[in-house]
Write a protein that binds this ligand. Structure first.
Ligand code: GDP
Ligand code: ZN
Length: 346
């Protein structure tokens, strides 16, 4: 810690590898794994205000305050010193406390513990894309492009792996006979998943989607062209996200964002916009974990003869028995086998 870090409280001391000890409360000084920061690094709440980080641009974070005002904030040096991962002291979605510097600027003094973290690993390191996400909106389209249930299954596994509540949206229902989707929707509903059928063209399901997104932070995933941007524009027209028809025209000059951005929506809450999340993949899930993330398959897995049964080739497999007599959906089982084998999405 530098001598000129004059905003550091006197009872804080840095020791070892960025470990914080406080004279008063040494015993409870647990480090929050999500932020790498001690829980007890507190701020003076008479001069600091809470806010939410909408995006991070290098050293500056755009922080939204409770009245909707945006501020460009730097990060207090002590936070950086204490963080176990220097690149990720602040990420989009963080709940922070900042000290105002002037009307439009401030210094982030504290990061609250994170929940609902979406991350990916690159070169053996975990890289957080966005924090404090409540749910994952899994968007598919009934046609153009045709529905890929196996891709929905993949995203469901991802959502459980990240402990995010999934919400399945099937868009473009104006292009098909909705009754044709009922068998598939029935399978997901029976497992307890919420499925919303929507059409940006007719407005069907948009109200329901609006209610589902209100006052929550939602990440969106799904194949390109299914209508994610169109849906978000329908939920809140002021978002004015580029859709395929528009962006094709200026493809050349197009600026693609690579970092996550939280977009406040009119109903309260946020949607997370990032190409990285849209192409959300099964980054760190190992084959043996997959069965645990299949709600419908899981109850049978414990009845298999072999405790380490993979439910693919073994004899006396309760999962395969359940498929054979129709208790478990055969398509879901195939999806499981593809994921277990690590096959790319169909
Ligand atoms: P994204 O890549 O998932 O963000 O998809 P876009 O929002 O860019 O939409 C892709 C294309 O599908 C655009 O041409 C939209 O106009 C069209 N589209 C979006 N939603 C619907 C819908 O509900 N019905 C129909 N028929 N077309 C839609
Ligand atoms: Zn088995």
């Amino acid at each position: 810690m530098g001598q000129n870090d004059n905003d550091a409280p006197q009872d804080e001391r840095i020791s070892g590898k960025g470990e914080l000890t406080r004279k008063r409360t040494v015993t409870g000084a647990a480090v929050d794994e999500s932020t790498g920061l001690p829980y007890l690094l507190d701020v003076d709440r008479t001069v600091c205000f809470p806010g939410k980080v909408l995006s991070v641009h290098g050293l500056t974070s755009v922080v939204q305050t409770s009245d909707g005002h945006l501020r460009n904030c730097a990060t207090r040096r002590l936070l950086k010193t204490l963080s176990t991962d220097l690149r990720q002291v602040i990420v989009a979605g963080d709940e922070v406390w900042f000290r105002p510097a002037n009307e439009n600027e401030g210094i982030i003094e504290r990061v609250e513990p994170r929940h609902g973290v979406l991350s990916r690993s690159s070169r053996g390191r975990q890289h957080i894309i966005v924090s404090n996400v409540d749910q994952l909106l899994i968007v598919g389209s009934a046609a153009e492009p045709g529905l890929k249930p196996n891709l929905i299954d993949r995203f469901l596994v991802s959502s459980h792996h990240s402990a995010l509540r999934p919400l399945i949206v099937i868009n473009k229902v104006d292009l098909i006979e909705p009754a044709d989707l009922q068998p598939l929707v029935g399978v997901y509903s029976q497992m307890g998943y919420e499925v919303v059928m929507t059409s940006v063209k007719t407005g069907a399901g948009i109200g329901r989607l609006q209610r589902a997104l209100a006052n929550k932070s939602s990440a969106i995933c799904g194949q390109s062209g299914v209508g994610k941007s169109s849906l978000l524009n329908a939920v809140d027209p002021s978002l004015q996200l580029r859709t395929a028809t528009v962006s094709e025209e200026n493809e050349k000059g197009r600026h693609t964002t690579t970092t996550a951005r939280l977009l406040p929506i009119a109903t309260g809450g946020y949607v997370v916009d990032t190409p990285g999340i849209r192409q959300f993949q099964l980054w760190d899930i190992i084959a043996e974990e997959v069965a645990g993330y299949f709600r419908d398959l899981r109850p049978y897995a414990s009845l298999c003869r072999f405790p380490n049964c993979t439910h693919t080739h073994e004899a006396n497999c309760a999962v395969k028995d359940a498929v054979a007599d129709g208790r478990l959906d055969a398509r879901r089982y195939e999806s499981y086998c593809d994921l277990y084998a690590g096959d790319p999405a169909a």
